[in-house]
Design a protein around this ligand. Structure first.
Ligand SMILES: Cc1ncc(C[n+]2csc(CCOP(=O)(O)OP(=O)(O)O)c2C)c(N)n1
Ligand SMILES: [Mg+2]
Length: 332
């Protein structure tokens, strides 16, 4: 990573962290409807991969959707407004927390269908190839998604047709409360790449530079027309699967010491901050970035708070087709 990219990596990881910390507070106040899945702890895997892309490259993400657009460089206002279901949100308030797909930075879709994004990313890569564009599609999914049939079907096709797609598994070791060790016959996700004749790489997802290097190699390979790579970024989610999930749960599925260990010793942001200071960046330079991020998040909340909710009369706007009227009722 160049020095400019290193600063950007720190800034973007911090933007995800502070955005989601603030989002969690807003959720607890009842200002964000639906569910809220934070990627706090996973910022290194997200940002390292996104920084290996060009502006015009595409991303398909997951239900844990907030970090992906921020990692690709999205501005925060429309994302926060979307969380609060406001009309100024990135999907006019209709998408919510699991669908922060910001087309302006190349996110073509994010959804709660576990494994559902993998064929979409493969299709987007096929489209890029057919159009003769040199775009690459980065596909994020979790460890829970690799046991879905879509994973197998997509990797086989992506490899066979040498599509420009990078499959990146954010392996945080758990799918809700089910641990990977108890649910995957082959615990190494990268090893599955062999079955599809693509490179399989395991990388420390808490090290943003290492993820960037792995993703950069994969993106270059994809752009050269040599096909996909499967990257397994080993990471950890610091919060519960979603905010409030375990309120009142007395039997935690993760040992308390395990969570504490990762928070204390494996947090990608302080780890990278320390590395940057050792590389010669100054404390005051980093403080300026931190202050800017705090201000951007505060501004996003202000913007979202001041934005209106969509009008009820707009309910059926922005649909692909006119809703079918209920029997005996007029179409709206
Ligand atoms: C097809 C499908 N099956 C089950 C679910 C319920 N579900 C929501 S999130 C989740 C776990 C996903 O785990 P993982 O892919 O590891 O992502 P993580 O939440 O750890 O980021 C499950 C099973 C779903 N949304 N879609
Ligand atoms: Mg997981």
């Amino acid at each position: 990573m160049t020095e400019t990219l290193q600063r950007e990596a720190y800034r973007r990881m911090l933007r995800i962290r502070r955005f989601e910390e603030e989002g969690t507070r807003q959720f607890m106040q009842g200002k964000i409807p639906g569910a809220f899945h934070a990627s706090i702890g996973q910022e290194g895997a997200i940002v390292g991969a996104c920084l290996a892309l060009r502006d015009e490259d595409m991303i398909v993400g997951t239900h844990r959707s907030h970090g992906h657009p921020i990692g690709k460089g999205a501005s925060l206002e429309a994302l926060m407004a979307e969380l609060m279901a406001k009309s100024t949100g990135i999907s006019k308030g209709r998408g919510g927390s699991m669908h922060l797909a910001d087309r302006s930075v190349g996110i073509i879709g994010q959804s709660a269908i576990v494994g559902g994004g993998i064929p979409l990313a493969t299709g987007a890569a096929l489209s890029a190839k057919v159009r003769g564009s040199d775009q690459v599609c980065l596909c994020f999914f979790g460890d829970g998604a690799v046991n879905q049939g879509t994973f197998h079907e997509s990797l086989n096709m992506g490899s066979l047709w040498k599509l420009p797609v990078v499959y990146l598994c954010e392996n945080n070791g758990y799918a809700i409360t089910t641990s990977l060790v108890e649910s995957h016959a082959q615990p190494s996700i990268a090893k599955r790449a062999d079955a599809y004749a693509v490179p399989g790489v395991t990388v420390d997802g808490q090290d943003v530079s290492a993820v960037y290097d792995a993703a950069h190699t994969a993106v270059v390979r994809a752009r050269r027309g040599e096909g996909p790579t499967l990257i397994e970024a080993k990471t950890y989610r610091f919060d519960e699967h979603n905010v409030n999930l375990n309120a009142g749960m007395t039997d935690p599925y993760r040992p308390v010491e395990e969570v504490e260990y990762h928070k204390r010793h494996r947090d990608p942001i302080p780890l990278f901050r320390r590395a940057l200071l050792e590389l010669g960046l100054s404390e005051s330079e980093l403080t300026v970035i931190e202050r800017e991020v705090d201000e951007a998040v505060a501004e996003a909340v202000r913007f979202a708070d001041e934005s209106p909710f969509p009008e009820p009369s707009e309910l059926c706007e922005n649909l692909y087709s006119r809703p079918i009227p209920a029997r005996g009722k007029q179409a709206v």
